[in-house]
Every structure is written in C-alpha cells, then in structure tokens.
Ligand binder design. Sequence first.
Ligand code: F6P
Length: 341
Amino acid sequence: MRIGVLTGGGDCPGLNAVIRAVVRKGESVYGHSFVGFRDGWRGPLTGDTVPLDTAAVRGILPRGGTILGSSRTNPYAAVDGPSLIRENLAAAEIDALVAIGGEDTLGVAAQLHAEGLPVVGVPKTIDNDLFATDYTFGFDTAVNIATEAIDRLHTTAESHHRVLIVEVMGRHAGWIALHSGMAGGANVILIPERPFDFDKVCAFVEARFATHYAPIIVAAEGATPIAGTLVTREGELDAFGHVRLQGIAQVLETEIRGRTGRDARATVLGHLQRGGTPTAFDRWLATRFGLHAVDAVHEGDFGVMVALHGTRIDRVPLAEATRELKTVPEELYNEAETFFG
Ligand code: F6P
C-alpha cells in the first residue's frame, strides 16, 4: 500500500513521534510505502507532497513541532475541496491516509470517510479535549511547561506581594488549567466550563494574602465571568469558525487592581505550551498511537481513530470521536476547589 500522512491544526509535541512510528512499522513490518502531505489538509487539497521513509524519520522522536508542517485549512470551506482532495490522492496513487489532528482535522477526516475516503485518525491536541480517548499526546508536555511556570511565578509573587495571573491555553476546555493549577498549587483555577464569580476571585486573593502568601490565579484562555460581571474581548475567527480569544489574564489584572488595590501582573504562556521537546509520556503515547494507526490501515479498518483507554489502545469510529468535545466534569473541578483561597 502507498499511505499518505498529514498533521493538521495547532502543532503539538509528539507529532513527529507518531509519524516516525507509522513509517517505521509500516515499512519494516508490513512493507508499505509512505508519502507526506504538507501543512494539514492543505497538502492533499493542493497536491503538495514530501518524501517520507525511514531515513526521513530518523532522529525526530524527541523533536517538537511536525516535520510535515501544519495548518488550519478546512477543505470544506474551499471550492470543490473534497473533490480536489480525491483527485490529488488518486494522482499520487495513495491507497489510504493517516490524519493526525484534533477536533477540526479529524472532523474533516470523518466527513471524508463518510464520502468514501480510506482514512484512519490519530488524536492530537495539547487541549486534551478530544472525546473518546482518555488522553491526547501533547497535553502532558503542556501541563509540565505550565506547572514549571507556576512554580517560578510563586517565588516572584511572594517576593513582591503581588497577584500573578497565568493564562494557559484551552478555548473550550480547561484541562491544562485544571492539571497545571492543581500541580502548581494555584490559589484559584478558572476554566471555560465554569463561569466565574469575580467577587469570589477577589475574596480568594484576599484570603491568600491574609496567610502571608501571594495568590496565583491560573486561567484558561476561554474562562469567562458570569454573564454581565466583567467584559472580555473577542478577536477574529479561524477557518473552522473558532474565535481567537484575547486577554482574560489582562482583564483580570486590571480588574483585580481596581477592585482590591493589590498589585497584579498577567503572564500569558501562549505558544510556549506547544513548543519544544515532548515529555516521555507524550513520546510513549504518540509512538503507540502511531503503531496502532498503521495496524488499522494495514487491516483496512478505515473511519476509525486510535484512542487510549486506561493503558489499552482501542479503535473508535471517527464519527463518534468528533461528535462532541471532552470538557472538564464538575466533580473534577470540585476536587480542585478544595484548595482555592
Ligand atoms: O488547539 C490547540 C490550541 O493550542 C488551543 O489551545 C489554542 O486556543 C489554539 O490552539 C491557538 O491556536 P493558534 O496557534 O492558531 O493561535
């Protein structure tokens, strides 16, 4: 078989580990050959390919980013997008496709599969918000980067008796905020799933100062105040219609200063959380996802996504995996709340 591989959406530590595992097992165990498509769905849409074999994947296991490049191209937003993809895959003599991505990339994969394309999905996102898998790779790396940042911010916050607000990624789900906030001993954690009461946030801040410690607030970028209590800004939309959020940490900084008279500073971790080398856990998970994805392709089991359940890798229908987002359940947030204030 000749198998195409693409990586779409926001990049994520561990993408190269998946590519390596797919190619290494596909070539050495099954005798298949591979073609890389550049920049997510833009590759098959425009026929932009790159050679991909065992030599090309040597040394990439610990490297962040993706050797194939990525984009948020949505073929369904392009004129004749799906037909162009079919034509380009036929021209490159591709028998099957491995699509490595998050909700958007895999949503496209699910639609294309429903229209007859032989595709297998691999879940990636630092946000960990893909339904049907316990974890996505990239998440553990992002949580570790955010936790290290929180640890460092604790000491400077205490020296200056300041409130430090750390904004982490997560537009729709607060997994990074929850895990790094708990690991870093945050004073309060704000997530999109639970609109926050600004009066309570100020009370937590004062309670922490009363104990002679400085408060650290960890806020997911999609955290929102209870309707009407604070005004936040929204930016432009991407190709999948997602709003680029701007500045919850900045809003909190200004409001906390105004309301409490305390010095407050915002730190936005942004793309630091997605860059650099993956943790051992993410390399392990990404490698296993790659091995199982190429098994599915070899067996002709298309329209599935590989998923982690406990320590087992299963296959779940792509349509089911992309039906809804996995958000933070109430009981997990309640656990974290024990340490607020
Ligand atoms: O989906 C991954 C993610 O890193 C989100 O956490 C974040 O909201 C978004 O991508 C940022 O996208 P971009 O890199 O396109 O600004």
